[in-house]
Design a protein around this ligand. Sequence first.
Ligand SMILES: CC(C)(COP(=O)(O)OP(=O)(O)OC[C@H]1O[C@@H](n2cnc3c(N)ncnc32)[C@H](O)[C@@H]1OP(=O)(O)O)[C@@H](O)C(=O)NCCC(=O)NCCS
Length: 172
Amino acid sequence: MQAANENTLKWRRMEAGDLASVTDIAADVHTDFHEDDIVFLERLKLYPDGCLVLEGAAGRLFGYAISHPWLLYSMPALNSALGRLPDAPTTYYLHDIALLPQSRGTGSAGTVVSILVGQAVEAGLSTMSLVAVNGSAGFWQKNGFKIVSRADLQPKLKTYSDDACFMLRQLQ
Ligand SMILES: CC(C)(COP(=O)(O)OP(=O)(O)OC[C@H]1O[C@@H](n2cnc3c(N)ncnc32)[C@H](O)[C@@H]1OP(=O)(O)O)[C@@H](O)C(=O)NCCC(=O)NCCS
C-alpha cells in the first residue's frame, strides 16, 4: 500500500459522480458499519455544503466527510435516511469522516474538521457533535471535542457499537 502524496491531497465538495468511490471507501474503512448507498445520496442531496471528498493525484479519492445541521443529543440511527433536516437545528452533526489508511497522518483529517467548523459557524450553530466509533475518541479530543456521558444516550449509542460515545465541541 503506497502512502498518498500529501502535497496533492485536497478537500473539495462532493458531487453525485463521487458516490461510487465514496461508498467503496466506506466499505473499506467501516467494515463493521455498513450503510446503504441511498444514505450517502440522501445526505448529499439534503446538505451538499456538509459533504466533502479528499482528492489526490489523478482525481483519485482517499476520503470523505459527511455532516449536516441536526438536533443536539438526537443522533440519527446508523444506516437510516434522515427524511429532512430540522427547521430549527441545534447542533452541527458530523456523520462521518473516513480516510483510507494511506492518507492518514497527513493532517487531512484535522483540515476537514476546521473546514466543517467554518461551515457550522456559517450555519449559525454553536456546537458540533458526533458519535465516535472505531476507538476514534482520541482523535476527536485532539480536535476539541469532549465526551458527553449521559445515561439517556446509552441505548442509542449501543446500537452503534459497544465503545460508541457521544462527543461535543462548543464553537462559540
Ligand atoms: C479518525 C480518522 C479520520 C483520523 O484521521 P488520521 O489521519 O488518522 O488522524 P491524524 O493522523 O491527523 O491524527 C491527529 C491526531 O489525533 C491522534 N489520533 C488519530 N487517531 C487516533 C485514535 N484513534 N486514537 C487516539 N488518537 C488518535 C493522532 O495521534 C494525532 O495526534 P498528534 O496531533 O498528537 O500527533 C482516521 O483515522 C479514519 O478515517 N479512521 C477510520 C474511520 C473512523 O473511525 N472515523 C471516525 C468515525 S467517528
